[in-house]
Design a protein around this ligand. Structure first.
Ligand SMILES: [Fe+2]
Length: 137
């Protein structure tokens, strides 16, 4: 079952990250709409936007992690790079007709939710903790 709106339970407690994730969900929903119509051209267009935005968001998240001395920043960055490679493959597969837009939408939803609920939540908690500590010292 594909989601059709942002779920506040996915918030990680760091405003910048949550804002970006909501934007990513907006793009994901647009990919899903294109896939509902099986519109490959529209799906490709939104995917291009989504991968550009993801690149920007990953860099912002990685800078936040470094700034707050997050101990798993290197592993998190590797996960980002793996995800970015998978998205690039999916886009190429869609372009070549090896997959349909629905496959891409399902894949993106799984990785977005999985990453946000896992690695991002962990990083978000550590960043929020570091910020609280800095505010009280
Ligand atoms: Fe992340």
């Amino acid at each position: 079952m594909l989601i059709n709106e942002w779920n506040p339970a996915l918030e990680v407690g760091v405003d910048e990250m949550d804002e970006d994730h909501r934007t990513l969900f907006g793009l994901l929903i647009r990919v899903q709409r294109a896939s509902d119509c099986n519109d490959r051209v529209a799906a490709m267009g939104v995917l291009k936007e989504l991968s550009d935005y993801t690149e920007w968001h990953f860099a912002r998240e990685e800078a936040l992690m470094r700034r707050h001395g997050y101990e798993f920043a290197a592993e998190h960055r590797e996960e980002h790079q793996r995800l970015a490679r998978q998205v690039a493959h999916m886009v190429a597969d869609l372009d070549h007709g090896h997959v349909v837009p629905q496959d891409v939408a399902t894949f993106l939803q799984r990785w977005l939710i999985g990453h946000i609920a896992g690695a991002d939540r962990h990083a978000g908690e550590a960043i929020a903790r570091a910020r609280r500590k800095a505010a009280t010292t």
